[in-house]
Design a protein around this ligand. Structure first.
Ligand code: C5P
Length: 230
């Protein structure tokens, strides 16, 4: 199967509290986005990578020439879904499946990529990594009163990368745009369009860097990890 990775790195990432987008902040001495690109470069089953970057570029954007698989760098949109649309318009023609990843998850390992690729069979149109919720879940009002106790059984939290058949992803995106639906998760578009999405075990260390404390945590994980591990 011919697989292209799409790396979404066009967000402004303001919650982390820095002037430059979080995906370009240094982690273990390298811009965060390069950790994801290195993981895809190392995966033999991936043929190409398309990267969505902030429109207008900027001084913070790292050079990506060392990554031979990065074929296209495209200007992202004003939303994650918009950036995805831009990237999908630049897929190599031979692409049969797309691995969509957030640059804000720099700690992905080869195990997740391999599990996703192995699980995409006749029984599904997409595969996503997820982790069952372990904490008790509550709905809380805007003034912070507990409104409702939610049942956590069967509730999973979802990560990237996510793998989809190209035709199913393109069709779901077109339908989402047509109906004015904006989602922060690609698999939500697929299930909304009636496609089957399977779940494989995610990795608790593949967390999304959102706040300053996540940057610190990611540094600790990388310092403890053997070279190339994960
Ligand atoms: O903001 P958040 O962490 O949810 O963004 C998830 C991913 O989507 C990030 O890697 C971010 O760079 C990307 N994104 C994008 N284009 C946008 C907004 C977010 O590529 N307009």
């Amino acid at each position: 199967m011919n697989v292209t990775a799409v790396v979404l790195a066009a967000g402004s990432g303001q919650r982390v509290g820095s002037d430059i987008p979080k995906q370009f902040l240094p982690l273990a001495g390298r811009p965060m986005i390069t950790l994801s690109l290195a993981a895809f470069e190392a995966c033999k089953q991936l043929q190409a990578v398309v990267v969505a970057l902030p429109p207008g570029g900027g001084a913070a954007e790292p050079p990506l020439e060392e990554f031979a698989k990065v074929g296209a760098r495209v200007a992202g949109g004003s939303s994650r879904q918009g950036s995805l649309a831009q990237a999908l318009a630049h897929l190599p023609e031979s692409t049969e499946a797309v691995l969509v990843h957030d640059a804000a998850r720099p700690l992905l390992g080869q195990r997740i990529i391999e599990d996703l690729l192995a699980a995409l069979d006749d029984t599904c149109d997409g595969v996503i990594p997820a982790i069952p919720i372990e904490d008790t879940i509550k709905k809380v009002s805007e003034d912070r009163l507990v409104e409702q106790e939610l049942d956590r059984r069967g509730v999973w939290r979802v990560q990237t990368p996510q793998l989809f058949r190209r035709a199913a992803l393109e069709d779901s995106l077109a339908k989402a745009i047509q109906s004015g639906m904006e989602s922060t998760d690609c698999s939500q578009m697929l299930t909304g369009a009636g496609y089957r999405v399977r779940v494989v075990e995610g990795d608790p260390l593949n967390f999304k860097v959102t706040r300053a404390v996540d940057l610190w945590l990611a540094e600790q994980v990388l310092a403890a990890r053997p070279e190339g591990g994960g």
